[in-house]
Design a binder for this molecule. Structure first.
Ligand code: DX5
Ligand code: ZN
Length: 216
């Protein structure tokens, strides 16, 4: 499967946002990962529509928007208008996930489901066929720069097995503590999309770090 690298702008320098966006445009990266936090679903706040709109104006690659917010249904249209190409909601935040995914796709976006570290992959049995992507959180969402949770490997392989039966085109994305030390094992477990914040933006050469993650 095609490998997708999505640098997380949460770790970018917001005083030099255009410079960091241009770096990603030039690099081997595939998507711009935008983390949206509301201070309720996660104990942190990040950024909102004005920043996403600015990223959209500069970006030459798709915007992969990861919603860490309660009741995401209220804002699906608004994220589409702001420029989201892939919209991921948390399973823990959706009472009617099937309907939410249908609405995201009707709006013309790819639909992703994200799982917190404690959430079992088996909960996806009856919904995985409706998703374009599943995002396995490999840290508790809310902050960049946290330590990778080892149990994530087993979740990824169980999900890839499920996808072989139910959705062969499923993109399996991993987010949290991803770096050059675990990327190869994540691909081997069945992931094909990696999000990286600190591993890209705190690297002495971010473009090289992106290429390293892609070819790990
Ligand atoms: C965490 C966010 C991540 C974060 C990853 O809640 O969803 O996308 O930016 O950052 P690193 O790669 O530094 O763990
Ligand atoms: Zn994220």
């Amino acid at each position: 499967m095609e490998r997708i690298i999505a640098p997380s702008l949460l770790s970018a320098d917001f005083g030099n946002l255009n410079r960091d966006i241009e770096m990603i445009n030039r690099s081997n990266a595939d998507w711009f990962h935008c983390d949206i936090m509301d201070g309720q679903f996660v104990p942190n706040m990040s950024f909102g529509f004005p920043i996403i709109e600015q990223v959209k104006r500069m970006a030459q690659k798709p915007l992969d928007v990861h919603l860490m917010i309660v009741d995401p249904d209220r804002y699906l249209e608004r994220f589409k208008e702001a420029g989201a190409d892939i919209l991921t909601v948390h399973i823990e935040a959706c009472t009617h996930l099937h309907r939410t995914l249908q609405r995201i796709k009707l709006l013309g976006m790819k639909a992703g489901i994200s799982l917190n570290p404690h959430t079992a992959v088996s909960l996806l049995e009856d919904i995985v066929a409706e998703a374009d992507m599943v995002l396995i959180m490999s840290v508790n969402p809310g902050f960049g720069g946290q330590k990778f949770i080892e149990n994530s490997y087993s979740k990824i392989s169980r999900l890839r097995e499920m996808a072989e039966k139910k959705n062969q085109n499923l993109i399996i994305q991993v987010d949290g503590g991803v770096d050059l030390t675990n990327a190869a094992r994540l691909y081997a477990a069945g992931a094909n999309a990696l999000v990286a914040g600190n591993a890209v933006f705190k690297a002495s050469n971010p473009e090289e770090a992106i290429a390293g993650l892609k070819n790990a």
